[in-house]
Design a protein around this ligand. Structure first.
Ligand code: 13P
Length: 249
């Protein structure tokens, strides 16, 4: 049984007021207790969010982490620091980090390892560009992104990873993968994970991300291998994000 996870990645958006608004709304909301919900605000808001979300089902996540434990890395934040603020999930390999900050597969791997070593849950993001899809290389691209990380983890570590499939062409574009397109890739990832361990493949959660919104969430989340969502734009409006959480079947 896979517990659905809906995670809101605020990217470099939001405010203290928005943190408070989410704390208030989710404190009052009537949501299924058999799902997990997380908000990943920019790191300066983590302390305030930890307090504001205390009496809500919202868990905290972070958008990135530096793989080193501490040291002269100006501007960076370590996994143990995130842990001190109650962070549960940490993204690794988001396409914006890969493209804008040149994080390659190796950089993604060391981040996943740092997060796991701290006892937190990495959300490993994978996804193809439009050119890769047009060239028929969707599965090859996505599976190779999974492989570079999973080959280097032990069996116990693999069980603690969440994977988010985010086609790059669907992120922030309003162009969502159809439920069939998303399901096809999710099924391919799960089939690939069986090569490592059948049990792990059946329990590991696969999220979809890329222009998921209240209008299309239910249909995407109804697919057999889609276990939740990683939401960007629609996680910045409390009503929209609540509606997505409520569409978990
Ligand atoms: P959008 O929902 O804005 O397309 O962003 C998706 C995403 O990148 C979540 O990490």
């Amino acid at each position: 049984m896979r517990v659905p996870l809906i995670a809101g990645n605020w990217k470099m958006n939001g405010s203290l007021a928005l943190v408070e608004q989410f704390g208030q709304a989710f404190g009052e909301a009537n949501l299924s207790s058999s799902m997990e919900i997380a908000i990943l605000p920019p790191s300066p808001y983590l302390a305030a969010a930890q307090t504001a979300f205390e009496k809500t089902p919202l868990r905290l996540g972070a958008q990135t982490v530096n793989p080193e434990p501490s040291g002269a890395y100006t501007g960076e934040v370590s996994a143990s620091m995130l842990s001190e603020f109650g962070v549960h999930y940490v993204l690794a390999g988001h396409s914006e980090r890969r493209s804008l900050y040149h994080e390659d597969d190796k950089a993604v791997l060391v981040r996943v390892q740092a997060v796991l070593n701290e006892g937190l849950t990495p959300i490993l993001c994978v996804g193809e560009t439009l050119a890769e899809r047009d060239e028929g290389r969707t599965e090859a691209t996505v599976l190779s992104q999974v492989k570079t990380v999973f080959d280097m983890l032990n069996a116990q570590q693999r069980q603690h990873v969440v994977i988010a499939y985010e086609p790059v062409w669907a992120i922030g574009t309003g162009r969502t993968a159809t439920p069939e397109q998303a399901q096809t890739v999710h099924a391919a990832i799960r089939a690939y994970l069986v090569e490592y361990d059948k049990q792990m493949a059946s329990t590991l959660r696969l999220l979809y991300g890329g222009s998921m919104k209240r209008e299309n969430a239910a249909e995407l989340l109804a697919q057999p291998d889609i276990d939740g969502g990683l939401i960007g734009g629609a996680s910045l409006k409390v009503d929209d994000f609540l509606a997505i959480c409520q569409s978990v079947g």
